[in-house]
Design a protein around this ligand. Structure first.
Ligand code: PLP
Length: 338
């Protein structure tokens, strides 16, 4: 199960999806480009098949080393599936808890899975020649890791390394893409839907060494990204003022959300986060499903994290949203008190 299924939730409540206050999907409430930028996009021709302008906008926004190249996909989820199909790893190490789609496709591919609980023992042994997957900052907790110790460990074990940096834009931190060319067999997955607040626009990327990208492209269909999606993302990527503004806004709103969670008295732990969401563990007495039931009366949707490896039904995640939404959540918590 994913976050963000406002359609199913609305159908259960008998309301419209737009009436749901969705804390379950980690999407920036602000956008970097207005929808009106799509008015001039011609719909008759096929989209430009080399994705030239989109790639240019991406490379302009994220300066990449000369050894690196990129391949766009219709969302990072599609990129994850394509990359694992391409690599077809035998042994796959998942640093859990992590985004569920990695396990999903790995199981379909029949990979031998090794789960390392990064919250308990991040330095656990890894099988030699395996493929490792690490999400940084991690989901569903938002912790930003310094990978300086792990990277050499993985290299020493001759691993293929996949780092998912879909939430890195929210942090003032360096991307491992700078190490492509220095570290062999390094792949980076990047979603743009979170930071740019547009999960309905489907654009994500794989960033890797030039040869790896050329070889991966051979298995890719033509025109997998639409002209509308690409045009929108090009405009969003060009808005550089949006970057600092979003980071400052997210820090401010995350603190506000954290304070609201703390003052509710419902949680025993709120995990440290540098991303646009907070993971919290309920104090005994109420589980995440019961909390969701209470909040549903105010049409508030949250993410119960029981299906993440290493977490349980007392773990719940809240996306960072605007002040009005946080105030609504606070009122809803207050109404729960006996
Ligand atoms: C860590 C991580 N990677 C990738 C994705 C997929 O993003 P997209 O919307 O680009 O498919 C998600 C979505 O939640 C995610 O949490």
């Amino acid at each position: 199960m994913h976050g963000g299924n406002i359609y199913q939730f609305a159908a259960q409540l008998g309301c419209l999806p737009e009436q749901v206050l969705d804390f379950s999907a980690n999407i920036n409430p602000e956008q970097a480009a207005d929808f009106s930028c799509l008015q001039q996009v011609p719909l008759t021709p096929y989209a430009e098949p080399q994705y030239h302008l989109l790639k240019q906008a991406f490379k302009h926004r994220y300066s990449l080393p000369t050894a690196a190249d990129i391949e766009p996909f219709n969302g990072a989820s599609a990129a994850i599936f394509a990359l694992l199909r391409y690599l077809a790893p035998q042994d796959l190490v998942l640093y859990a808890p992590l985004y569920g789609e990695y396990r999903h496709i790995a199981e379909q591919l029949g990979c031998k899975l090794h789960s390392i609980n990064r919250l308990v023992n991040i330095n656990a042994d890894i099988p030699p020649n395996s493929t490792v997957i690490f999400v940084n900052p991690s989901t569903p907790d938002g912790q930003l890791y310094d990978l300086q110790t792990l990277l050499p460990t993985w290299q020493a074990a001759n691993c293929t390394i996949i780092i998912d940096e879909s939430f890195l834009d929210f942090c003032d931190a360096k991307s491992v893409t700078q190490l492509i060319g220095t570290i062999d067999k390094l792949y980076v997955i990047k979603s743009l839907s979170k930071f740019y607040g547009c999960a309905g626009i489907r654009i994500g990327f794989i960033i890797a060494g030039t040869q790896a990208i050329t070889s991966l492209q051979r298995g890719e269909p033509a025109w997998k990204c639409s002209s509308l999606d690409m045009a929108y993302m090009q405009h969003a990527l060009a808005n550089t003022n949006f970057i600092d503004r979003t980071r400052q806004q997210t820090d401010y709103l995350r603190n506000l959300l954290s304070q609201t969670l703390r003052e509710s008295g419902l949680f025993e732990t709120i995990y440290p986060s540098q991303a646009n969401f907070l993971l919290a563990r309920l104090a005994q007495g109420m589980d995440g499903y019961q909390l969701q039931q209470h909040l549903a009366t105010d049409r508030i949707l949250i993410r119960v994290c029981e299906n993440f490896d290493g977490l349980d039904k007392f773990h719940v995640r809240f996306a960072v949203k605007d002040e009005r939404a946080v105030a609504q959540l606070e009122r809803s918590f207050a109404n729960m008190k006996p």
